[in-house]
Design a protein around this ligand. Structure first.
Ligand code: SF4
Length: 426
């Protein structure tokens, strides 16, 4: 969601005539988009922010915009007092405060020079500097903002507000315009993306949205994330299996493999429900790849409860597992009612155990793909190699003299590793 928010802010700035640059030292405007889902993310955001203060001291004209969950929707006066060098505070997903601020600054002619340059670009008197225009072939589209659930560890509903779906026409016109600009792959985003439309008049749903998006010419791949086990309906699963453009790639977190831990997390399903869902996905969607999220060290998690998670992961052999060590987020139910009683050392040990297990599983899954032919969408040149992803979201590097950027190519896998594979062009 943050990547998408950043992309949208960048494109709003581009419309004002700004272009992206490589180094913060050269910037006129810096947007720091923040995440507070874990304490470590919050610490990193603040650390980065304080390092930007030095730039502001050297260049007082620099505009610093703090955005995202660190700001939240609440009154942010305490932050303003604490961070006087920040010019603009924006809530998640909303670049408006920054755009209004820049507009005011423009009006005051403080940015007169930039404005002249910007107008020259817009009037066609100056060519846009080509190497500074980013082209993207894969884009994220938020379809549901916020979340109305209250998983006890989670801070997101408090910072991103309650669940709100975007009208279907907005999404379709955004997707069509992205396709016109050359985007080949879109990923629909929502904290529980499967709940799309349930809050809208007429209750359009995700299967309907996928069907409509499927008709857009130029779009080749459609993904969606993140799913919730309770909202992944058989109808949605069948839609994925039926529509060729919808990729066989599902992100559906389990978070824990022990029912007591799941109950205290307030996830609303059991390990058995999750196991059945994975089976259903594998039965109905050919070649599906499934990613999960796991939190280790939730308050009160015993060794035996952790081993239930470990054993579930070993049994289910997921393609990817995003792992996290529990950290208390102030304001959440867990922060108010549970004691964070698993030591950091023990959390790390459990994390490493799962990390090693998943590395073995991913290595084996990749090995099975050796010599297979896969379809890869190339989105970047990385250290002299083309980098892209398969429909199942696996990373493939390809050597070729040809310019493959933005192309969907057939590639035979010639080497496999734990996190990526190497392919040759067919
Ligand atoms: S479903 Fe739970 S974990 Fe996901 S965003 Fe909502 S509250 Fe957080």
């Amino acid at each position: 969601m943050n990547v998408s928010d950043s992309q949208r802010t960048a494109s709003a700035l581009e419309k004002l005539g700004y272009t992206s640059i490589e180094r913060a030292e050269q910037a006129d405007v810096i947007v720091l988009n923040t995440c507070v889902v874990r304490q470590s993310a919050e610490d990193r955001a603040l650390g980065r922010l304080y390092s930007l203060r030095k730039l502001k001291e050297k260049n007082p004209g620099l505009v610093i915009n703090l955005m995202g969950c660190l700001v939240g929707y609440k009154d942010n006066h305490p932050l303003q007092e604490k961070l006087p060098f920040v010019d603009v505070f924006s809530p998640p997903s909303d670049p408006t405060p920054l755009l209004q601020y820049l507009q005011r600054k423009n009006d005051q002619e403080v940015f007169q020079q930039d404005k002249l340059k910007m107008n020259a670009y817009l009037d066609g008197e100056l060519p846009l500097p080509e190497n500074e225009i980013g082209k993207t072939f894969s884009a994220h589209i938020p379809v549901v903002y916020g979340c109305s659930f209250a998983c006890t560890y989670c801070i997101i509903p408090y910072r991103r507000g309650s669940e709100q779906s975007r009208p279907m026409e907005d999404i379709l016109s955004e997707a069509a315009s992205l396709a016109n600009q050359g985007v080949r792959e879109i990923t629909l985003l929502g904290q529980i993306v499967d709940r799309y439309g349930l809050d809208l008049p007429g209750k359009p749903d995700l299967p309907l949205l996928l069907n409509e998006l499927h008709r857009i010419n130029g779009l080749e791949r459609i993904r969606f994330l993140t799913s919730h086990p309770n909202w992944m309906t058989p109808e949605l699963i069948d839609t994925v299996s039926k529509l060729p453009k919808v990729c066989e790639h599902i992100e559906v977190p389990t978070q824990a493999g022990n029912n007591e831990v799941l109950r205290r997390m307030k996830r609303g399903y059991t390990a058995e429900d999750y196991r059945q869902l994975v089976q259903l996905l594998r039965d109905r969607i050919e070649g599906v790849s499934i990613a999960t999220d796991i939190i280790v060290g939730f308050p009160g998690e015993t060794e035996a409860q952790f081993m239930d998670t470990y054993n579930l992961m070993e049994e289910l052999q997921m393609d990817v597992a995003h792992l996290a060590r529990y950290s208390t987020r102030p304001g959440t139910v867990a922060a108010r009612h549970y004691v964070d009683d698993v030591s950091e050392q023990e959390k790390m040990r459990r994390f490493r155990m799962l990390e090693n297990l998943q590395a073995e599983i991913s290595t084996r899954i990749h090995q099975r793909m050796l010599h297979q032919t896969v379809e890869v969408l190339i989105d970047e040149k990385h250290k002299m190699q083309w980098k892209g992803r398969t429909r199942t979201n696996k990373l493939v590097f390809i050597n070729s003299e040809e310019n493959l950027l933005g192309k969907i190519v057939s590639s035979r896998i010639i080497r496999t590793g734990t996190w990526s594979m190497r392919g040759e062009l067919i």
